[in-house]
Design a protein around this ligand. Structure first.
Ligand code: NAD
Length: 335
């Protein structure tokens, strides 16, 4: 029996890297079938909509989606497509593991952490106001107890399930007396339910310094939306770059899997994109769907491929194209 999964090709490098995932999944005989939909700049040009209704219906039906990166046109009147999708399906957990990969050159050799970013509120809540006359712009950071509680709880549950020792909550409660403090209080309360897990908190600026000095001291990190977004790219830099880091947007009913990176317009259409981040996101999706053997097999093939520099794409110092890298992964699957 094949399970249907919604596939959003996305903009920029999206079509190239989703094609890579499709080829590798077919070679690994993963028992899913793709229902292809799209969003973003591509559908705005084609059908005049950033998020077509058919996409919403498809995700509602299938409950699981894999998404390439999307462009939201800059300027008034366009709400971020990514933020909207997360809000429509209440995908409150943004889970991003950052792990050192053998063979990949990076600043550190033993990083193994996971970021839990709150995904529906904070500065991305969409509460934006602009007073044209006075030229005053307001972006309101809304933090709720319920929203804080559920993301912090999810981070502790993950830590418990995966045998992690510590959860570090990142905040700016010294300045953001209300929003920051509420988030921190949720952490302090929930940590009491998990006495076996160490609970720590760090102010975001100090956290940035600690991460670039000694990332090995962190295990699970939980943060509000904007801080989590910024820390995700920082942590991607610690383990070799944006081409590697996977992510999942998880709600109680629906989950959408996507790489941390964006549409990379500087390299789009040139066969230079590294599909690993989306591929690892797709592997996270297989774990979520209970297809663990397929997930492990594909993960191993990626690991084997990345061990040899020439088999990697340019961002990792190799000279393989997206397609050649995909061929190498398929070759490892077949060995
Ligand atoms: P970006 O992540 O697209 O690119 C940053 C840098 O990393 C670029 O030099 C790019 O070439 C490189 N890079 C990113 N992914 C790569 C990959 N797979 N392989 C090799 N190199 C890679 O960030 P940006 O330039 O700030 O944003 C571009 C667009 O992407 C914007 O429109 C933004 O809104 C959008 N965006 C979308 C998402 C998403 O859909 N989830 C996330 C972030 C940004």
């Amino acid at each position: 029996m094949l399970t249907t999964v919604t596939l959003i090709k996305g903009d920029g490098i999206g079509p190239e890297i989703t094609e890579s995932v499709k080829r590798i999944f077919a070679a690994a005989e993963v028992p899913i079938q793709w229902e292809e939909e799209n969003a973003g700049q591509t559908t705005l040009a084609e059908v005049g909509e950033l998020i077509p209704n058919s996409l919403i219906e498809s995700i509602k039906r299938n409950k699981v989606a894999l998404k390439g990166p999307l462009t939201t046109p800059v300027g008034k009147g366009f709400k971020s497509v990514n933020v909207q999708l997360r809000q429509i399906f209440d995908l409150y957990q943004n889970v991003r593991p950052c792990v050192t990969t053998e063979g990949v050159q990076s600043k550190f050799t033993d990083v193994n952490l996971v970021i839990f970013r709150e995904n529906t509120e904070g500065l991305y809540a969409g509460l934006e106001y602009f007073d044209e006359r006075l030229q005053i712009a307001d972006s309101i950071s809304r933090i709720t107890w319920a929203g804080s509680y559920r993301i912090v709880k999810a981070s502790f549950e993950y830590a418990k399930k995966h045998g992690c020792k510590k959860v570090t909550l990142v905040h700016k409660a010294n300045i953001l007396k209300n929003a920051g403090m509420l988030f921190l209080k949720a952490g302090e309360q929930i940590s009491k339910e998990f006495p076996e897990i160490e609970f720590d908190n760090k102010i975001v600026d100090n956290m940035c310094m600690q991460l670039v000095l000694k990332p090995q001291q962190f295990d699970v990190i939980v943060a509000t939306n904007l801080f989590g977004d910024i820390l995700s790219d920082l942590c991607a830099g610690l383990v070799g770059g944006l081409g590697l880091v996977a992510g999942a947007n998880i709600g109680d009913e629906v989950a959408i899997f996507e790489a941390v990176h964006g549409t990379a317009p500087d390299i789009a259409g040139q066969g230079k994109a590294n599909p690993t981040a989306l591929l690892r996101s797709a592997v996270m999706m297989l774990h979520h769907m209970g297809l663990k053997d397929h997930a492990r097999r594909i993960d191993r093939a990626i690991d084997e491929t990345l061990k040899i520099r020439e088999q990697c794409t340019g961002d990792l110092g190799g000279n393989a194209s997206t397609q050649q890298y995909t061929d190498y992964v398929i070759e490892k699957l077949q060995n």
